[in-house]
Design a protein around this ligand. Structure first.
Ligand SMILES: Cc1cc2nc3c(=O)[nH]c(=O)nc-3n(C[C@H](O)[C@H](O)[C@H](O)COP(=O)(O)O)c2cc1C
Length: 204
């Protein structure tokens, strides 16, 4: 089994979403996971040329890291995307990856049946987290992936790995001190592993 986690924060250091992604990936064995930091990669934007629709190579792929990223995504059994909320949506760098992955859809739905989970973090308590999750889940649906959420205590835990730098009182913290976001992310990782194993006929 391979779980690929994508961190959509453009920040190369001290990323809160990366922390939560690592928590989700803590549910996966070391030799079965891979964390891909979007900030370590050069991803050019889609120019809308529609080469991929005609099953021709993407001209941008000759100039950036997308071929290497596509290889990792295709080899994954499950994909988790963790991202900050930027104006209640995903950061542009992640949207570039999303748009460029269209080639994988146009060439025989290569991400079909992969298990998918989403995590979002925001500055504000109500900073668009749920909308960001919705964007990511719709993205996964567009590829034919199988979406899962966190399944924890019905009276304690939400459906997503999600939280905020802002506390209920209005003070500030890092994701490390956001207990519910951390727990939600761990639960999401566990659920991704559980469903992936079941699909592979390895689970209970
Ligand atoms: C360009 C930009 C837009 C942002 N938009 C929002 C927003 O709409 N709502 C919000 O609550 N926080 C917003 N934030 C704050 C980030 O969501 C927040 O800092 C997040 O925790 C960053 O995660 P990271 O540490 O993993 O990069 C924005 C930050 C930036 C840089």
């Amino acid at each position: 089994m391979l779980v690929v986690g994508i961190c959509g924060s453009p920040k190369s250091e001290n990323s809160n979403t990366k922390y939560l992604l690592e928590k989700a990936l803590s549910a996966v064995n070391d030799d079965e996971k891979l964390l891909l930091n979007i900030s370590d990669h050069n991803i050019l934007h889609c120019t809308g040329c529609d080469s991929c629709v005609r099953k021709k190579p993407c001209p941008q792929s000759a100039k950036d890291d997308m071929p290497e990223i596509e290889k990792k995504l295709v080899s994954a059994d499950a994909i988790i995307i963790a991202t900050p909320s930027y104006f209640t949506s995903v950061p542009g760098v992640l949207k570039d990856l999303i748009d460029r992955s269209r080639a994988l859809k146009m060439n025989d739905h290569q991400l079909k049946d992969k298990v998918f989970g989403a995590i979002s973090y925001a500055g504000l308590r109500y900073g668009g987290q749920e909308h960001v999750i919705d964007v990511l889940n719709r993205y996964a649906l567009g590829h034919g992936m199988i979406i899962v959420g966190s399944v924890g205590s019905p009276v304690k835990h939400g459906t997503f790995g999600s939280g905020s730098l802002q506390t209920d009182e209005g003070s500030w913290r890092s994701a490390k001190d956001d207990e519910l976001a951390t727990k939600g992310s761990v639960l999401l990782g566990q659920r991704v592993v559980e469903v992936t194993r079941r699909l592979q006929g390895l689970g209970e």
